[in-house]
Structure formats: C-alpha cells, structure tokens
Write a protein that binds this ligand. Structure first.
Ligand SMILES: Nc1ncnc2c1ncn2[C@@H]1O[C@H](COP(=O)(O)OP(=O)(O)OP(=O)(O)O)[C@@H](O)[C@H]1O
Ligand SMILES: [Mg+2]
Length: 579
C-alpha cells in the first residue's frame, strides 16, 4: 500500500488533468451506454410501427450519443495519454537523478542488466499505472452509481440488481484477478528481469564465451530461463482466461436477474413491453465499464512489483552524502591537494585497505605510487575522485576538507586516464566532448594532434565523426588510452590521475605513451599509479605501498641507494627487461 501511495505522489503535479480524464472517461462510457440504449429503444419501438413523429426523440438521441461518444473518446485518450507520458518522463528523470550519486559505490552490487531492466523495463511497466490501473476503477464507480440510479427509476429492485452485478464484477472478480496476479504476475516480473539481466551479460561477454566454446552451455542456461519465464507467463494467461470467463457468466447472470424482475412489471402493466429490450441492452452495455477492471487489478500487482524494484534501488543512500551547505573550493593560482593520515576500509572488509596515508601535490609536482597488486593504489585514486567516504584522516583541496565540498566541484580539479578508459559507443568527437562540452572543432583537432593521433585521424574517412565502435572496440588499446589522455588534456584540470594508463601496451608503445603524457602534462600535477618502473627519475616522489601502508618513499636515486623493497623491484624489472 505504501508503494501505491508513493506512486500516487508522482501524480500530484497533474491532479487537475487526472480528474478531467476520469470525468471524460466516465462520460465516454455513458455516451456508449446511451447510444446502445437509444438504438435499442428506436429499433424496438419502430417494430411497433408508431409513425415517424413518435420516433423523433430516439433518432435525435442516437445521433447525439453517436457523435458525442466519438468526440469524448478522442478527448479522453488525448488527456489520459498526455498525463501518462508526463508521468513517465517525470519518473525517468527522477530515477536517473537518484541513480547518478549511487554510482559507482552502490551500483557495484547490482548486475548492469538488472539496473537497465529497472531503468527501462520497470518504468515501462508503470506506463500502465495511470491509464490502465488507476483511471478505470474511478470511472467504473461513477458508472455503477449512475446506472444503478437510472435503472432504479423504473423499479428500485432493477437498480439494485444492476449495481450489485457491476459491483460483484468490478470488485469481486477483480479481487480474484489480483490474487492470481499476486502469484503469477510477481513471478513473471521477476523471471523476466532475470532473463533480461542474463541476456545483457551474455551479449556483453559473447566474444569470450565463443573463445572458450561456452556458447552452448550459455544457450542452455538462457533456454532454461526462457522456459521458466514462459511457464510463469502461461500461468498468468490461464488465470486471465478464467477471469474473463467468470466476467461473461456474471454479465449474463445479471441480465437474467434484471429480466426476472422486469417481466412481471410488463405483465402488471407498469412497464411497456418494448422497454425490456432497452433494459437488456443497457445492462450489457454497463458491464463494458467493469470489464477491464480485473486486468487493472492484475496489472496493479506487476506495477507494485516494478515500483518496489525501482524504490529499492533509489532508496539506497549514496556512499558519499553531499554536504547540506557545501563550501565552494577557493580559487587559487596554485591548486593544492593534500592527503593527511588517511585511513579507509571497504564496507565488507575487516582490515583497512588504506592505512595512515599522507601525500601532497601542487602543480607541477609528480608522484608515482608503486606496489604489488591489491596494495590499494587504485583505491587512493577512487577516494580522490570522491567515489567513497573515508573514515579517518582528511583530504584537503585548496585547504578545504573534502567533507565540506560538493563532489562535482571536487571532480573539476581532476583529469583521469585509467587502465581501461570507458569509451561510449559514439563518435570520436562525442567521446572527447564529455571532458569539455563547449570545445570547438579546432580545439579538438589540436588535442588529437597533441596526443599523437593525427596520422590515425587523417586515415579515417569521417574524421572526428568516426564511430568508435561498442566501447571503442574499433580502436586499438593504445589509441583508446591516447584518446582518454586527450579528454584529460581538454578538461584543463590541474591534477592528472593516471591509473596504469599503459597496461596492455607493448614496451615500446608504453615508453612512447608515457613520454607523450609527461610532455602533455608538464605544467600539471601527476599522480601515477604503476607496476612498471619506467621514467622514475622524472618523479618528484615515489611512494611504495604494501597492504595499504606506505613502506618507502622518496626520490628514485635515494630509494635505490637505500637498497630496500623499491631497489629490489627496480633491479628485478631491469633484469627482465634486458634478458
Ligand atoms: N569495490 C570494492 N569493494 C570491496 N573491496 C574492494 C573494492 N575494490 C577493491 N577492493 C579491494 O581493496 C584492495 C585494494 O584494491 P585496489 O584496487 O586499490 O588495488 P591496486 O593496488 O590498485 O591493485 P592492482 O595493482 O591490481 O590494480 C584489494 O584487496 C581489493 O580486493
Ligand atoms: Mg589498480
């Protein structure tokens, strides 16, 4: 119930339109019933050959209801769909705004297909919420009351029977449908979500699956999920059939009861005989208004399920809660970044991932962080980008603690080149523009030239408008890294974070790319996370990290002379390189 209230809250800005649409919908039903009623009246009376003058009122009635029904139906569709699409647009924007701060820390617990299913499938399911779930019962209430009263004018028992029949259909059979929907509908929504999540993950990893000849096994798994999904869909459809059958039976039962009470009235002279036909047709026509209610009840179940999945994700608190009144980062000619005694632990770990880390950066200072895999190097970068909240210590940007700053304001100061930069399935131009949306063509071409991609660009027939393929698949690893460097360059950020930007490249390309990066970012500060100890002489400081702790730090020559862990790593790599 709470979920339904929360969904209704989204309708608040449009409630005037909602009321209008319910009134139009009820009016359309009334016009439909009126059309059939006056038609039956016309035909039944005409059979008695009373002369054209006596039929005038019925003829005008048929015309009036015929035309008004068409006009009302059109207006009702116009208003209800406009409310619906506005509601959907509002839901989509709201969900995206909630999702953004959850990334990446909270979203890592979800499969990307699942998040996609929530953002697209579940919101699409809610498309039904207004037009097919909420509006029909409201107009059915108006029809039941209106027709009960109207037929009750002839005899109160007739009104009672009709209203009772409509109520039993609208409420009783709908409850049954809701109960079926609760079981089969919920199962179907979940099975479908699971199937979609699996399909997305299979399609994303298809190349590796084929390489390991796993496609048949995966095919079987997908087929199994398909089977499960179609089984729950079949159960849902069977339930629908039962409900439809019951509704037809109830309609006819009501008709029989209406005639049961009406025929004696004709015999007693209280009702003209031809009016029996009108009563019968009015009864059947009234049921049109409740026919769609069982389906609405079933859809309600699916809607609640989908809404629950949306709220479950959107209700997560972001890993980093933004300050209520953020301080603006003070402008400064020489930006300063300092990490003081920083300690951090991932929520599911018992030991701290980083322990008492301190460092400071001011352009053009360059720091390298080296250390074994899992030492916590990338975690430092993630903390600097404000992806996670830390426990102890502080990070200061121009003297202000991160906890008092807005994340967006912080991220303006950083350019990132990671081991696997994310390229969007878009053009080269669009991939560069994410770093500075207002950059013009000349600026982009200059950047391309500076990162060493000019020759490559010249070989492309579409130049900057070349599509880079799914996640940049049509580019080589080195080209992707250079493009990512171009983004960092374009952003003008004073601090450049390099997280193993050359991984996956051969030694020569690695040297070339690192030289390019050092040249490009000569004026800026670099924090370079690396396994490979090249160009270490250029670094102002090298920090050796082990299990989240700094075990050695200093300049290359001093560390070599000290003969510690760094010296060992260096000598090891030299040997491998020269052998
Ligand atoms: N999102 C996460 N949730 C939980 N634990 C994590 C997460 N990311 C990393 N870890 C753990 O934190 C530790 C440090 O990881 P981190 O990625 O910082 O290492 P790294 O030094 O960059 O290693 P590599 O050189 O392999 O990239 C590892 O033990 C890792 O398993
Ligand atoms: Mg790493």
């Amino acid at each position: 119930m709470r979920i339904i209230w929360r969904l209704l809250a989204f309708l608040r800005p449009f409630w005037g339109w909602v009321v209008l649409s319910v009134i139009l919908s009820a009016a359309t039903f009334f016009a439909g019933i009126g059309l059939l009623g006056t038609s039956a009246d016309l035909i039944a009376r005409a059979a008695l050959q009373p002369g054209i003058a006596a039929l005038q009122v019925s003829i005008v009635g048929v015309r009036f209801f015929g035309i008004s029904r068409a006009v009302l139906r059109y207006l009702e569709r116009l208003v209800s769909h406009s409310v619906n699409f506005r509601l959907l647009a509002q839901l989509r924007v709201w969900f995206y705004k909630r999702l953004e701060p959850l990334s990446p820390a909270r979203l890592q617990d979800y499969r990307s297909g699942d998040v996609l299913q929530r953002a697209i499938g579940d919101i699409e399911t809610l498309e039904n919420f207004y037009v097919r779930v909420l509006a029909p019962p409201l107009s059915a209430i108006l029809i039941t009351a209106g027709m009960g009263w109207f037929v009750g004018q002839v005899d109160w028992r007739l009104g009672l029977v009709l209203a009772g029949g409509l109520l039993a259909g609208g409420a009783g059979i709908s409850l049954l449908a809701f109960w079926i929907g609760q079981k089969a509908g919920a199962a179907y929504v979940q099975d479908r979500a699971q199937l979609n999540a699996e399909m997305v993950s299979v399609i994303q990893g298809i190349t590796d699956l084929v390489a390991y000849s796993q496609e048949l096994i995966v095919k079987q798994r997908v087929e199994h999920l398909l089977e499960v999904t179609s089984r729950s869909q079949r159960r849902l459809v069977l339930g629908n059939g039962l409900v439809n059958g019951l509704m037809v039976a109830l309609t006819n039962l009501t008709l029989v009861l209406v005639l049961w009470f009406a025929i004696p009235l004709v015999e007693g002279g209280a009702l003209e005989g031809y009016r029996l036909a009108v009563l019968a047709v009015l009864t059947l026509a009234s049921f049109e208004a409740v026919n769609s209610l069982p389906q609405a009840a079933q859809l309600l179940r699916g809607n609640v399920e989908s809404a629950a999945r949306l709220f479950e994700l959107s209700d997560q608190t972001p890993a980093v809660v933004e300050p209520v009144c953020p301080v603006k980062v003070p402008e400064s000619q020489t930006p300063r970044l300092s990490i003081n005694h920083l300690t951090f632990r991932y929520a599911d770990r018992s030991m701290p991932t980083l322990n008492d880390i301190s460092l400071s950066l001011t352009p053009p200072k360059k720091i390298a962080i080296v250390g074994e895999s899992g030492a916590g190097k990338s975690t430092i970068i993630q903390l600097l980008l404000r992806y996670w909240e830390y426990e102890k210590g502080e990070i200061l940007l121009n003297g202000v603690d991160y906890k008092n700053l807005d994340s967006r304001d912080i991220r303006r100061f950083f350019g990132v080149v990671s081991a696997t930069p994310y390229l969007f399935s878009a053009t080269l131009r669009q991939n560069l523009l994410i770093a500075r949306p207002d950059a013009d063509k000349q600026q982009l071409l200059t950047i391309i030239e500076r990162v060493g991609l000019k020759n490559w660009l010249d070989s492309l027939p579409n130049g900057l408008d070349t599509w880079v393929g799914e996640h940049g698949k049509l580019m080589s690893g080195g080209e992707r890294q250079r493009l990512a460097a171009g983004r960092a360059l374009l952003s003008n950020a004073p601090f450049i974070l390099l997280d193993e930007p050359t991984s996956g490249l051969d030694s020569l390309s690695e040297l070339q790319l690192m030289q390019t990066l050092f040249n490009l970012f000569r004026e800026r500060s670099i924090l370079w996370v690396t396994h490979r100890l090249i160009d270490m002489e250029q670094m102002d400081e090298i920090i050796v990290l082990q299990a989240g702790q700094v075990i050695e730090r200093g300049k290359h020559n001093r560390l070599l002379a000290a003969g510690g862990i760094y010296a060992g790593l260096w000598q090891g790599q030299q040997r491998i390189f020269w052998d």
